[in-house]
Design a protein around this ligand. Structure first.
Ligand code: ARG
Length: 270
């Protein structure tokens, strides 16, 4: 386990007012008060594990801001900003940018010119090959942003094509488990991308469609403790067998927006 720092944003303004992914249905009611309770349990669990949580202020008119993972991607104090695909979320990037630019000694913020949704589609694997960035495209992030991230962050970026609209962000289909290994659901990726993943991570854990549909891969691991969605009980049992300590969190309300644990937490890498 390594002590980590995260950026989160309360769902105080959360609602499903538009549908930009396969999980969102504007006719299904959302309980914002329950979302706040569930999110608070997650935040408290992160703090109880000894990690640091910074907060962004929720904003009127930005109901998806709770999914803080999408706002940027940082490695070694360098921040590659987000540029959202859909107009409804565009202004979130401004809030994230301000967070980093308010601490110029800690962060060098680089604004993007290419569409990308931060840690939604970028995952950092610290020790894998000296620091490797896995990057998804196909639904949200443009592949040109992968090249830009590599220039900005100076780490090899491996482009992986997502092919199943239910798993529209990389973080719904793949997660970093510890400093060298990952877990993923193969069928979310093109056949060639599956080959790439097998080559780079021959010891990866392989998840099932059921695990992925339960948002089990939208997890946050500190190398030992794994915060994950409450429905993913089968995956939690397997992770426990593998020596991890799963912590199940009920984020039923946020799942209605197409996200769970990982979507709510941007890891800050100073
Ligand atoms: N409603 C949000 C969207 O569709 C959910 C984002 C989920 N975040 C994530 N990191 N996968 O953009």
């Amino acid at each position: 386990m390594r002590q980590r720092t995260y950026l989160m944003c309360s769902p105080a303004k959360y609602l499903v007012e538009y549908a930009i992914n396969a999980w969102m249905d504007t006719s299904v009611p959302v309980d914002t008060q329950l979302a706040i309770k569930q999110w608070t349990v997650l935040r408290d669990a992160v703090v109880d594990l000894g990690h640091t949580v910074h907060l962004l202020a929720p904003q009127d008119g930005l109901p998806d801001m709770v999914y803080a993972a999408n706002g940027a991607f940082s490695v070694d104090g360098v921040v590659y900003g987000a540029r959202f695909k859909y107009a409804q979320r565009a202004a979130e990037a401004v809030r994230h940018r301000a967070f980093y630019e308010e601490q110029p000694d800690a962060w060098r913020f680089v604004p993007p010119t290419e569409t990308n949704e931060g840690e939604g589609d970028f995952t950092y694997v610290p020790d894998g090959h000296g620091g490797l960035i896995l990057a998804g495209y196909g639904f949200r992030t443009e592949i040109d942003a992968h090249a830009q991230a590599q220039e900005v962050l100076g780490r090899p970026v491996i482009s992986l094509r997502l092919v199943d609209p239910r798993f529209y962000h990389l973080d719904t289909a793949l997660a970093s488990l510890d400093d060298g290994n990952i877990i993923y659901y193969p069928a979310a990726f093109s056949v060639s991308s599956q080959t790439v993943l097998r080559q780079l991570f021959p010891h990866a854990m392989i998840a099932t469609e059921e695990d992925a549909l339960a948002f089990g891969l939208n997890l946050v691991s500190d190398g030992r403790n794994v915060l994950m969605h409450t429905e993913a009980t089968a995956l939690a049992a397997r992770l426990a067998d593998a020596g991890f300590r799963p912590i199940l969190v009920d984020l039923s309300e946020l799942k209605k927006g197409g996200g769970s644990v990982k979507c709510c937490m941007a890891e800050l890498r100073p």
